[in-house]
Design a protein around this ligand. Sequence first.
Ligand code: NA7
Length: 534
Amino acid sequence: MSAISEDYDAVVIGAGFSGLYMLYKLREMGLRTRAYEAGEGVGGAWYWNRYPGARCDSESYFYCFSFSDELLQEWTWSERFPAQPEIERYLNFAADRLNLRPDIQFNTRVTAAIYDEATMRWTVETSAGDRVSARYVVSAIGGLTTANLPDIPGIKDFRGEWYHTGQWPKHEVDFAGKRVGVIGTGSTGTQLIPVVASKAAALTVFQRTPAYIMPARNAPLDPEFVEDVKANYPEIWRKAKASRGGMPFDPPVLDFDDVSEEEARRLYEEAWERGGVRVLQVFKDVYSNPKSNEFAAEFFRSKVRQIVKDPATAEILSPKGYPVGAKRVALDTNYYETFNLPHVRVVDVKATPISRITPEGIRVGDTDHPLDMIIFATGYDAVTGSFRAIDVRGRGGVRLADRLEEGPRSYLGLGFAGFPNLLTVNGPCNPALSTNVPVSIEHDVEWIADCIAYLEKNRIKAIEPTEEAEEAWVRNTQELVEGTIFEQADSWQFGSNVPGKPRRFLLWLGGHSAFREKCAEVAGAGYEGFALTS
Ligand code: NA7
């Protein structure tokens, strides 16, 4: 085994939104910090998800860092919903403006992090052969990073090209003249499909579950709007941080029964015209009142029937069998319209599943669909899957991946019992992925930075959650989902997209503002629920 080449105060794993800000904070505190990033550049999820059509479902003006007035004032977003290249440019801009690059080692994947109880330090190993030591390790690996490539027989025999959207190559993928198959119709498939259709000779979409999809109504941003936003950022962030979803919107006030059905339809039509995620925020009881939910679901289905000309295709594409909102809703630009094109069709692989991939294409039941290219828009082994790729071992040599085998575990999604001084941004049982993620990331990063500052100031050598606090948090995470509509669907949030993954909810559903309060209480009480070792 090679010798340790460097002793750092802290190692940060990843250089997406979380890793960049964490590195900035730790460096600001005077800690010698190294960030390792598997990609060639910064961006994390926004580096890897460079598939055509990739776009954020949060509006650009609040999908960014709030902590720096310089960044807020110097950067100007061009569109309502930013596309992947613009977000990647933004993160590069932030990395340069904050001069973070010198402390990031690119093209380097952290392969192992092993805790040494005697020295109370971590040894971190990388794919580039580094072996360094650190007092703190902060995981900023994101929850949607490990691609879920379905284990369909025959995949290795396929003679054409194939791609997973979450590991899209940097070179241009040429669809022209090709017969392309797309598996998956979640947020990613919804964005990708219209773009592929505009270039490919033929497109076949293999759909297992139709998503509830609403129009993004993306558009260039009006300079007056941008000016107004820049002048009002303090209030925008105050509202976002005080909200459930980390977005600067007023929550809905109406219940479905407060208005007539005619009025409800009018309100949905209005919201549909505005577009964006707030289409589902007309009534506050849409998640809790089945009548309210079914009305919204039927409204979505009526839109599919209105747009898609062929009734049989419209029927396949119509979302049903689970309440709207129980799986993440998607935003589209021309998704349903795409299925009116003569060279595009959808195959219902729930009715008849994919039986195998052949050298020439995809076989569904006994029917062969010849293809030149297959694109897997099949999502991720979410949250816990991200930790499987790294050999993290804590006290007693316990492997973190083994601890997470039975389901998501952690205290607040910020730390793990048995893993001293390993802190995690947006870990398991954390609300981030049910919110506007950058706002949640900033919260977690700031909490972790304050925690480390507290340890340093008080000469505390190590912090880790107690087993009891972690267990109670895990229980609370599951309790919060009980009886909600989320239970009525198979989703990545429940781990159901990955065969064999335990059906346990991965996210804490209490909302962003309540989470902030809870974390502040924990810190205020001297890190209640954590064991501190001096
Ligand atoms: P999602 O939301 O997990 O969607 C994946 C899609 O792929 C979904 O339609 C799945 O159908 C489908 N899928 C997965 N495995 C298979 C197999 N074996 N056969 C057929 N179809 C399959 O991932 P996305 O990338 O779209 O979005 C992930 C998140 O990124 C999103 O929520 C945003 O937060 C950003 P299923 O619904 O499981 O029946």
